[in-house]
Design a protein around this ligand. Structure first.
Ligand code: SAM
Length: 229
């Protein structure tokens, strides 16, 4: 498994590696009971979930309040956290069963500085969580314009969104208007591929929050989907 990470230019300590191995076992075991991931093989988990999540490690720093929207089985948050337990994460997930899994992993590794919140982003954004995070991240949750409406309201001005996406020029173009309306500005696009799938181009889009998000956003989920910004 270490080779899979190395093939993807991911170097981590022995300690981090053994935590990832244990997390992989827990994930695949729980996945037999309910659907956390479509991936069933350990090798694939190490590449498509762990290496992929860790590709963005340089964008997350200690001392910053990080929110993940739509955690699912905990990607990218848990590989990042298990690699650096000092990162401060809030994991936001709409499905109760997935939250129970995330809490189980938290307890299994006795992690602190990690909170699991069972709520929908568009509702949680209208609590004291609004404009209170330094970083918001998400992977495989929604198209860029929808994702921005769900995520950018959580960022403080000066904060950063770190979005893991498949490369798509049309989605990128469509997302630009939403980013601007919500107070953001694209500052970097990090392109990469995974070792075993060089044809599948991936990006990590970095957006800076330059202005407060207008209070009317996020709208109700139905509207966000029906009339995306
Ligand atoms: N981020 C994980 C990954 O990359 O494997 C999970 C991706 S999964 C396809 C999308 C997750 O986002 C689901 O677990 C879903 O319940 C959650 N989700 C979707 N919309 C959401 C919302 N508005 N608020 C909170 N969670 C949401």
């Amino acid at each position: 498994m270490k080779e899979i990470l190395l093939n993807n230019l991911i170097e981590i300590s022995e300690e981090s590696f053994s935590r990832l191995e244990k997390f992989c076992d827990i994930l695949l075991e729980k996945n037999k009971q309910f659907n956390l991931t479509a991936i069933r093989e350990k090798e694939e988990v190490f590449e498509k979930h762990f290496a992929d999540s860790l590709k963005g490690a340089k964008f997350f720093s200690e001392g910053q309040k990080i929110l993940e929207v739509g955690s699912g089985g905990g990607f990218p948050s848990l590989p990042l956290k298990l690699n650096n337990p000092n990162l401060d994460f809030t994991l936001l997930e709409a499905t109760g069963k997935k939250c129970a899994f995330l809490k189980e992993v938290k307890n299994e590794f006795d992690l602190d500085k990690i909170e699991v919140v069972n709520a929908r982003a568009e509702e949680y954004a209208n609590t004291s969580a609004r404009e209170s995070f330094d970083i918001v991240t998400a992977r495989a949750v929604a198209s860029l314009n929808v994702l921005c409406e769900l995520c950018l309201p959580f960022l403080k001005v000066g904060g950063t969104a770190v979005f893991y996406k498949q490369k798509s020029e049309s989605e990128f173009k469509e997302g630009k208007r939403a980013i601007e309306l919500l107070g953001g500005k694209i500052v970097d696009v990090f392109e990469y591929t995974l070792h075993s799938a060089p044809e599948s181009e991936r990006v990590i889009i970095i957006i800076k929050k330059v202005k407060n998000t207008p209070e009317k956003y996020p709208r109700e989920y139905k509207k966000i989907i029906k009339v995306p910004l």
